[in-house]
Ligand binder design. Structure first.
Ligand SMILES: NC(=O)c1ccc[n+]([C@@H]2O[C@H](COP(=O)([O-])OP(=O)(O)OC[C@H]3O[C@@H](n4cnc5c(N)ncnc54)[C@H](O)[C@@H]3O)[C@@H](O)[C@H]2O)c1
Length: 273
């Protein structure tokens, strides 16, 4: 009998696959015998990600395709290429996302200094960059009679995190979209296509390294605050998301939809007191 967690031959598209969290998850999925489609914007980074994948899993079935998550025709080409190669899509990990310095309010400034263009760009990337791949790829899951979509939220959605006003609004909208699409897909497919979100705590990546750590590796004031408010007393490691990704993509979660799962060392559970 197949394990509840079996992902063999599942075709899973991963956006942001040249990034820290989704890239690590993509390599993990390839090691679980899934067929993984790495999406990225730079050929050089995609090549590096694919060779990382094959170094770890020499017989990995992986495919790299250039696509910006805000470019609908590019996503439609992805859909067609994947269909041609593997004839179906079973999963989508919407890992592209992140913050932009202009969409934040640094301590020496006030809300009225906010750069609205940057605010809109962060909404575009995180919300529209989650909606568009879902819009293009979910119909294949509906046609195929099964599928799982995973979106990325953040601790700044359920709680106000200082400075990151655009990112907080965007991730709150991603959570709302996750619930909306989950309900729509559940009703349309009798529960066969599911939509959930991950809520990672603080993981060091290229985007937040300078905010949280100094050049000598010590913590910035903000880094110290984060650690103080994380009951585990440390940042997360990318591989600590693998279990949640695996669960949400596999039949092990087949009655779970519309959920947001924190993987955050206790950050959102903690009042700070
Ligand atoms: N690192 C954290 O602590 C943390 C915490 C909570 C949520 N998240 C979320 O997890 C996801 C992954 O974050 P990460 O830390 O791995 O970031 P990352 O910067 O390492 O990866 C993000 C990837 O998205 C890609 N990307 C950006 N804009 C794109 C576009 N328009 N089209 C296609 N790809 C695009 C980038 O090139 C990059 O490869 C993001 O949604 C992020 O907001 C991260």
């Amino acid at each position: 009998m197949k394990s509840l967690f079996d992902l063999t031959d599942r075709v899973i598209v991963v956006t942001g696959a040249t990034g820290a969290l989704a890239g690590s998850a993509a390599n993990y999925l390839a090691a679980q015998n899934a067929r993984v489609v790495y999406l990225g914007r730079s050929q050089e980074k995609l090549d590096a990600a694919l060779s990382g994948c094959r170094a770890q899993t020499p017989d990995a079935e992986c495919l790299g395709i250039i696509a910006d998550v805000l470019d609908r025709p590019a996503l439609e080409r992805v859909r067609d290429q994947v269909l041609q190669k593997w004839r179906r899509i079973d999963g989508l990990l919407n890992g592209a996302g992140g913050n932009m310095p202009g969409a934040t309010v640094p301590p020496e400034k006030s809300f009225s200094d906010l750069d609205f263009d940057s605010f809109q760009q962060v909404i575009d990337l995180n919300l529209h960059g989650t909606v568009l791949p879902s819009l293009v790829l979910a119909p294949l899951m509906v046609e195929g009679g099964s599928g799982s979509i995973i979106n990325f939220s953040s601790v700044s959605a359920p709680q106000a995190v200082t400075r990151v006003v655009g990112y907080s609004a965007a991730k709150s909208a991603v959570e709302s979209f996750t619930r909306w699409l989950a309900v729509d897909m559940a009703r349309r497919t009798g529960g066969k296509v599911r939509v959930n979100a991950l809520l990672p705590g603080f993981f060091i990546g290229e985007q937040n390294r300078r905010l949280l750590t100094n050049q000598d590796g010590s913590l910035t004031e903000r880094g110290q605050l984060v650690i103080q408010n994380t009951p585990f007393g440390r940042f997360g490691e990318a591989d600590e998301l693998h279990g949640a990704v695996h669960y949400l993509l596999s039949n092990a979660s087949k009655f779970a939809t519309g959920t947001t799962m924190p993987v955050d060392g206790g950050f959102v559970a903690y009042s700070g007191v």
